[in-house]
Design a protein around this ligand. Sequence first.
Ligand code: DNO
Length: 395
Amino acid sequence: MKLEQAWRWYGPDDPVSLLDIKQAGASAVVTALHHIPPGQVWPQEEIMDRGKVVRESGLNWSIVESVAVHEDIKTRTGSYQLYLDNYKQTLENLGICGITTVCYNFMPVLDWTRTHLNFQMKSGSLALRFDRNALIAFDCFVLKRPDAHMDFNEDQLAQAEQYFKQLGPKARIDLQRSILMGLPGTVEDFSLDDFSTSLQAYRGISEATFREHFYAFLKEVIPTAEKAGVKMAVHPDDPPMPIFGLPRIVSNEKDLEQLLEVVDSPYNGITFCTGSLGAGADNDVTAMIKKFSNKIHFVHLRNIIKEPNGSFYESDHLTGDVDMFNIIRALLEEQQQRIDEGRLDSRITMRPDHGHQMLDDLRKQTYPGYSAIGRLRGLGELRGLELGIEKSFFS
Ligand code: DNO
């Protein structure tokens, strides 16, 4: 059996339509009610309506990406108890409407972060890039975060300064926009001031404390998820390293091991994102996918090329530091195992994550990382690789 091929759809305003998605050959979409702010309950009628639209196009919707976790829950301040109750109510409503998996993250302030949204490949297509020097430069010389300098060594600061000096005014504005604009799926577009204020909420929240907050969230939410029949799948930190002095707790093998142990339940699982985890200097993604295979509820497939200082860019899906052959092989093995166990939920859902902006899409306004043609290329390549692996090892 093939993995289920899904596609991220941002809802009715997405320039990539459900019909486009069908032409890409995906059989499922993952989507969310993006217009509902974090902390609010998703009403059953709205979930049903969205499901109807998806089904009428002949596509399946069983995974939500994402139900965002309100910042008050992460900092355990303000109205966090109310937002937790609302989160649980949303899970119950989703379960009633037939959604079986929820992808979410526990990253402070920002969801995924990149410094360059138009990084030119040799072919002329555009990729997303995270440049460590650029991030440090923004942190120290644009945002001027108090104490930012303390987080870096002299070498890093000197390189960041040199990087910043050669940026013209437009490049400086672009850098700020790339970091602070809400990337697709994120909740907010930040101004510099708002961003500084949001960071301040984390002053005094150490990594250990933040971990406690996350585990408290899991202890509160997973029992509800179990009753609702909704599997929770945490997305790893992207990038999987500290940024802006914020705590990071879902970045590596140990983090995953710990969060799965804290609440040992089939409903407490992972969104295995090969690109996010792959960017971690010490992460052996192939070993990790094997180790955590039975807790993987959803898979994001993409590739990256790492640089020694922590920078990386998003490469073609099959070429890069992630060994896609062995990743897909491990997923098919896990799926087979689930079939052998007679599990009703044996089928694993993957989606091609991000793609280069290319061909006709270069002339269009697209969501960074989520243009149609680059993802179509990615899905096509992944599908071919999967077929080859399936024929060679599973039939
Ligand atoms: C980026 C996505 C993330 C992901 C969230 C899950 O491309 O993978 O925005 O959806 O982190 O909550």
